[in-house]
Design a protein around this ligand. Sequence first.
Ligand code: NAP
Length: 248
Amino acid sequence: MNTESELAGKVAIVTGGSRGIGLGISRELAVAGARVAVVAMNAERTGAAAAGLHGEGHAAYSCDVSDGAACRETVASVVEAQGPVSILVNNAGIARDGLLLRMSGDDWSRVIETNLRGAFNMIQAVARGMIRKRSGSIVNVSSVVGLMGNAGQANYAASKAGLHGLTKSVAKELARRKVRCNAVAPGYIETDMTAGLDESAVGKLSARIPAGRLGKPSDVAGLVRFLAGSGASYITGQIIAVDGGMAM
Ligand code: NAP
């Protein structure tokens, strides 16, 4: 199949699509022919990201995914302006790291509300339309930390492990309606989220990764594009690591 037309005519929502992994995914889906709705908090960055995508028909939406009403309004705006949604990528995420005994309740809640509740909010907002069309692909961006746990990231790991349960439950509920739901679990990827790591930390991390390097947003985006497209039509409920072999 010609990769430039693989997703032609499809509307894709990418949350957190304004930078990092989400921007990589927005770019990849646009190159494959989708009309992308870039959803993030910062309006300026979100607008610039949508404007820079390959092709036409993309748009930017400023929305806090932890706010259910805002998600419903955003999805309604996307459907009105761009058409029915075929692809939802729940990529928006934050980290508020700290050791368990020092972690504040606020840091716990904010991470769960954004990373897990945010995905629930967006899935609920798009599901009816996908069921009606008997077609849809939902991809949740999780983390290997959701599979392995990580000291200093109890909130983040719990949110990502929660995404795995959400992914499998949605997959089971919606499979008969031809709506698929999968998760990708990146390892360490070079973005703003990991920009604080100094050279020695990157060196130590790389030594733990069989591929010997951190990943790039494009490493994750290629898998998301595959899961979004018809080549993955018999794949649902899966958690697929993109981590250079780290979580084997
Ligand atoms: P990033 O560079 O920090 O970008 C985060 C994105 O999420 C931004 O577009 C941000 O928008 C958006 N966002 C944050 N809170 C939001 C909210 N409440 N509502 C809507 N949008 C919100 O992060 P990243 O490294 O690309 O990570 C993307 C995803 O991959 C996250 O789910 C993360 O947990 C996961 N992940 C990352 C890594 C890694 O090593 N980088 C590894 C495993 C998994 P604004 O700019 O407008 O705030």
